[in-house]
Design a protein around this ligand. Structure first.
Ligand code: HEC
Length: 113
């Protein structure tokens, strides 16, 4: 019994170490992406969970320039961007703080387009 255990344990430990190493390596690309701000849950219904919108007339956000995203959100918030669809975004943006806008812009810019 002890012999079997000593034969099984080392290989189990190595397999576990290999798995942990594999996970650490595969976690590197996502570690470079900004983590999703809580507010992104609201955006996902229209812009997709990965920033790719499922709707033909709603824009993708993934991979867009960070500065442009922050600028657009500010424009909606201050009603400088107008139109039927922009009105939807002005409503959403009215709930965002400056920190929310910066975090959301950094997050969507970090996603692959
Ligand atoms: C109810 C649907 C809906 C929700 C929820 C929503 N959006 Fe939008 N979003 C739109 C639509 C529609 C447009 C296009 C508006 C226009 O024509 O100007 C848009 C446009 C944008 C744009 C401009 C994109 C560009 O290319 O100019 C940004 C940035 C944006 N949304 C970010 C967000 C963020 C961040 C959230 C979450 C806080 C969010 N949106 C939530 C529907 C939505």
């Amino acid at each position: 019994m002890r012999n079997i255990a000593s034969r099984i344990w080392p290989s189990t430990i190595w397999a576990g170490a290999g798995l942990a190493f594999g996970l650490a390596v595969s976690a590197v690309p996502s570690a470079q992406a900004a983590s999703a701000p809580a507010m992104a849950g609201v955006c996902a219904s229209c812009h997709g969970t990965n920033g790719i919108s499922p709707y033909p007339t709603y824009p993708n956000l993934a991979g867009q320039k960070e500065g442009y995203l922050a600028y657009a959100l500010h424009q909606y918030q201050t009603h400088q961007r107008l139109g039927q669809q922009a009105a939807i975004m002005s409503g959403v943006a009215s709930h965002l703080s400056a920190d929310d806008i910066n975090a959301l812009a950094a997050y969507y810019a970090s996603l692959s387009p």
